[in-house]
Design a binder for this molecule. Sequence first.
Ligand code: CAA
Ligand code: NAD
Length: 316
Amino acid sequence: MRASVMANIQKAAFSSSARQLKHINSVTVIGAGLMGSGIVQVAAQSNYNVTMVDTSDAALKNGQSIIAKSIKRVAKKKFGEENTSEQQAFIDKAMSNITVSTDAPTAVSATDLVVEAIVENIDTKQALFKALDQAAPSDTIFASNTSSLPVTLIAETTSADRQSRFAGLHFFNPVPAMKLVEIVRTDVLKDEVYESLVTFSRNTGKTPVECKDTPGFIVNRLLVPYMMEAFRILDRGDAKAKDIDVAMKLGAGMPMGPLELADFVGLDTMKFIIDGWAKEGKIEEALVTPSKTLDDLVGQGKLGRKSGAGVYEYSK
Ligand code: CAA
Ligand code: NAD
């Protein structure tokens, strides 16, 4: 084939796929907790216009304070300890890309991508997306940061058309430091939506991996049973918390021990994940056996670092 004909074919193929690809400029993140605030931060640092939504001003303030601390660390690392004016310019620019709101339907009424990072509860997520589906433009992409729930099930309360524009976009904690995003590709997800999410993930400095809509995707399918077994060691009285964590750090090279990590993730989130999987019955029973220690701590409101106490105590 002649080179010019080949070039025209390539150009036509490129422009037709470019037409279909949704260019993401503005992002709305619902949930201003540990994960939502991190997703807002990395998107704002990457020059997206971001709206951070939560149900109360107090929750938004909590998200803003997490971002304020984290972005200082990022700026120091990026520009060096001594370059304070560059650091400040970077922080100011990123912060100017963020607006906050308690009105989710209005926030999504002119947005290209919605990323949901609210509590890990199927009914709450479905109710939220049902409302957002009515309020968002028809070509807006919806994504959930769920740790463990089937994305197909979360999307069920939206229209069939939206379901083809609905994916899992699973970031890791702490979002500004962890380089991975799992993109959960449901059976009905359009290829061009998947590609738009790959581009968005790369633009935020993350490496995307593709996975099917199966329990725990890749990372949590491996990580959560491991953390749960650490709780069961505690339940059985086979070792102390500190020793379990030291053992896995020094003996297996983990950056955090499994119980420290559970406190970091949030014990309520851990319990939502394991109880949800046990109910769903799709994972072997032995792996989803509950832990009395975990259940007791959550019952006492000890949710890990974010609440000041969990397996360990944290001074504020
Ligand atoms: N904001 C910005 N940057 C941060 C940060 C934050 N909140 N926390 C850490 N960092 C950066 C630091 O700037 C530092 O960067 P450099 O090394 O390049 O200078 C780097 O991360 C390491 O931080 P520190 O030196 O302060 O501390 P550390 O070496 O102890 O690392 C850690 C901290 C990155 C959190 C590390 O302990 C770690 O990787 N822990 C495991 C985290 C993990 O497994 N996360 C996944 C949880 S599971 C999940 O998220 C999925 C789910 O659905 C539940
Ligand atoms: P979090 O408890 O820190 O924050 C949840 C936030 O959602 C709170 O600020 C809460 O006020 C808000 N919220 C609850 N219902 C809402 C609603 N209807 N509308 C708007 N905001 C609402 O939780 P998190 O750790 O950030 O987890 C959020 C999601 O991310 C969960 O699905 C979780 O499974 C997932 N996730 C968590 C981690 C982790 O390590 N914590 C990692 C990856 C994914």
